[in-house]
Each structure stands twice: as structure tokens, then as C-alpha cells.
Design a protein around this ligand. Structure first.
Ligand code: AHM
Ligand code: MG
Length: 335
């Protein structure tokens, strides 16, 4: 039997494949791994530690924050600040970005964008949640405080992106632009082990994931796609299977392993969709493309959208290429 490879070993062994083959990025991924372990531990104990439930506070987008949202945000911010590999961070949970200029981190080249706890409305009912991250090279000169433009980069500039999925197992999935790999956490040993090498969307694509409660508010092309998915003369000759958890990471992870499509389109209830371009759509689009899939907003490739603000929303249609192509055809035909 082959010796299992830990995430730490894998990162070091594959350093040469990184776009910027320096130890800094390796160290940064290790810090994300460390923060992920801490958050994982807190999620596992949430029901015991009285940290489920909501706070009286709203985040910058007017959404009620759960206690674990804030805890997860603090864990990632503190870990990444203390370890010194990045010069700035922006989070879905914080109004503005942070510049780590009070520390030595100004010499770093990288910024991180993060959704520390995605799908947090699922926490109280013990359903899977996730953390989503992406890493960019700063645009402003090294040695100066970071600026907004360091964060408002199109997704094609991502150096790395990934997610942690806190499900029946905890898995860290990431890409540095040469494929996607997944590592399952062994809590007994305290390490992540390579369990899903070179993830690719399978040829079969049998699942669609969308909040169908919003059906009446969707554009015509999306409605046509959903009806087509339910017919027996679609690509599969059998209706597609509907699966939707309300946790983006869970829906994306399943669809990437089994073949399928995730849709959060724009509609009359949410004219720009719901998901955040920088913290959710871009990293998921990078991973999806690296796994052989496709991610669009209905008109444009997600990774080519030029962001204008930190908390910008975007529709997201992403998954197996042939299903995303099919949605685009319906949108063209039924504008
Ligand atoms: P969050 O970042 O506030 O958790 O919101 C994002 C989540 C996604 O994980 C999920 O796909 C989507 O919102 C579900 O939204 P809805 O409940 O409108 O279907
Ligand atoms: Mg989120």
C-alpha cells in the first residue's frame, strides 16, 4: 500500500508548480490549513460551547451574523496576521479590508480574500458549512500599505483558491492553477491526507442545484433550463436529480465529484444574484475551471469580471461544462 501523503508534504513537493515558486505561498497555504483546523474544531463543538445561534448584529450586507461567523472570521484574521505571510485581508464579514502594516507583513506580496463561514444559516441544524478563500499577488508596491485595488482584481489573477468543507468529513480542496486536489482531515492524527487527487467533473452530469423556491422570480432562460432538466429527453434521457443544501461549498463539492450544475441566477428578488463575486464566485469559478468545468454569470465568464467594490454580488452558474453551455443557450434564446 502506498504511504499516504499529507497536505504539508504535498504542498512542499509541488512547490515548483506554483506560479510563484517561493516558500511564502507554501507557508501561507499552511497557515490557512492551520486556521481551518481551528475552525473545524470549533464547528464540531458548536452545540456544546453555546456558539450556535445568531448575534444581534448585522454584517456589512445587512445579514444577521451567526456567532460562528464571527469566531471563524477572527480565527482566520488572527492566524494570517500573526504568521506574517500576507500584507492584507478582505472578508465577507468585514466592511473594509485590513492592511497588516503594523507588523512586518508589509514585505509580503500576497493578499487573501475569504468567506470564513459560508452557509452559516445551516450551522444550527447541523448541516455542512464551508470556508472559501482566494489568494492574489498585490498590485501596490511591496513595502507600502495595501490599497483597495489590491483586492479589486479580476478572478483570472488568482494565484490560488480553495475551500474547506466541514461535512461528514472535513476536506480541504485547493488549486494553484494546475488542477484541483482534495485532502481529508484525520482528526485522530491532526493532519489532512490526499484523498481526492486531480479532481475533474465526470462526463455524466446528473444533478442540478438551485433554490427553486425562487422559480417565479427567475429570468425566462433559467426557467426554461429548469423545465428542460426535468424532462426525459434532456442530455441524460432521464430527469436530472435536484439537490440543494443552501451551502454553496457543499453543493459545489458534490456536483464536482458527481457531475452537475449549481445556479444562483439574478432574478426579480435579487437583481445581481446573492453571492459575492470576490469571496464566493471567483474562488469557486477558479476551482471549477481547473476541474474542467465552466462558471459564468449568465453573460460573462466569472473570472473576467472586473470588480468595482469589495462586496459586489454576482449571479453564479457553474458546474459541468455541457450543462452550463445549455443554460447559456436558453438565456440566448429566451432573453
Ligand atoms: P452566506 O455567505 O451568508 O452563508 O450566503 C451564501 C449562501 C450560499 O452558501 C448558498 O448557496 C446560498 O447562500 C443559499 O441562499 P438561499 O438561501 O437564498 O438559497
Ligand atoms: Mg458566503
Amino acid at each position: 500500500m502506498e504511504r499516504p501523503i499529507t497536505l504539508g508534504e504535498y504542498i512542499v513537493e509541488n512547490q515548483k508548480d506554483f506560479a510563484y515558486a517561493k516558500g511564502e505561498l507554501t507557508a501561507l497555504l499552511s497557515s490557512i490549513k492551520l486556521a481551518g483546523k481551528v475552525v473545524n474544531e470549533k464547528i464540531n463543538k458548536a452545540g456544546l460551547a453555546n456558539i450556535i445561534g445568531k448575534l444581534d448584529k448585522e454584517n456589512v450586507q445587512g445579514e444577521i451574523q451567526a456567532k460562528l461567523d464571527i469566531i471563524a472570521n477572527d480565527v482566520f484574521v488572527d492566524t494570517l496576521r500573526n504568521r506574517g505571510e500576507i500584507c492584507g485581508l478582505a472578508s465577507e464579514e468585514m466592511e473594509s479590508f485590513i492592511s497588516f502594516d503594523e507588523t512586518i507583513n508589509l514585505d509580503s506580496k500576497y493578499v487573501v480574500l475569504i468567506d470564513p463561514l459560508d452557509g452559516s444559516s445551516n450551522i444550527d441544524v447541523n448541516v455542512t458549512v464551508g470556508t472559501i478563500f482566494s489568494i492574489y499577488r498585490r498590485i501596490s508596491p511591496v513595502g507600502s500599505p495595501v490599497t483597495l485595488e489590491d483586492f479589486l482584481q479580476p478572478g483570472i489573477n488568482q494565484i490560488a483558491a480553495g475551500y474547506l468543507i466541514y461535512g461528514s468529513s472535513t476536506i480541504l480542496v485547493y488549486t494553484v492553477g494546475n488542477g484541483v486536489n482534495g485532502f481529508t482531515f484525520n482528526p485522530g492524527v491532526g493532519s489532512f491526507f490526499l484523498s481526492h487527487p486531480n479532481i475533474k467533473f465526470p462526463d455524466t452530469a446528473e444533478i442540478y442545484s438551485v433554490n427553486e423556491g425562487n422559480y417565479e422570480h427567475f429570468p425566462k432562460g433559467i426557467k426554461k433550463f429548469i423545465k428542460w432538466a426535468q424532462l426525459t429527453d434532456n442530455l441524460q434521457n432521464t430527469p436530472l436529480t435536484a439537490r440543494y443544501t443552501g451551502s454553496l461549498v457543499a453543493d459545489i463539492h458534490r456536483n464536482m465529484l458527481l457531475g452537475g450544475i449549481y445556479l444562483y441566477p439574478q432574478g426579480s428578488l435579487s437583481p445581481n444574484g446573492k453571492l459575492r463575486l470576490l469571496y464566493e464566485a471567483n474562488p469557486i469559478a477558479f476551482i471549477t475551471e481547473q476541474a474542467g468545468g465552466k462558471a459564468v454569470d449568465g453573460k460573462n465568464r466569472i473570472l473576467e469580471i472586473l470588480p468595482k467594490e469589495l462586496h459586489q454580488r454576482s449571479p453564479l452558474i457553474c458546474g459541468s461544462k455541457k450543462l452550463v453551455d445549455r443554460v447559456e443557450n436558453f438565456i440566448d434564446k429566451f432573453p
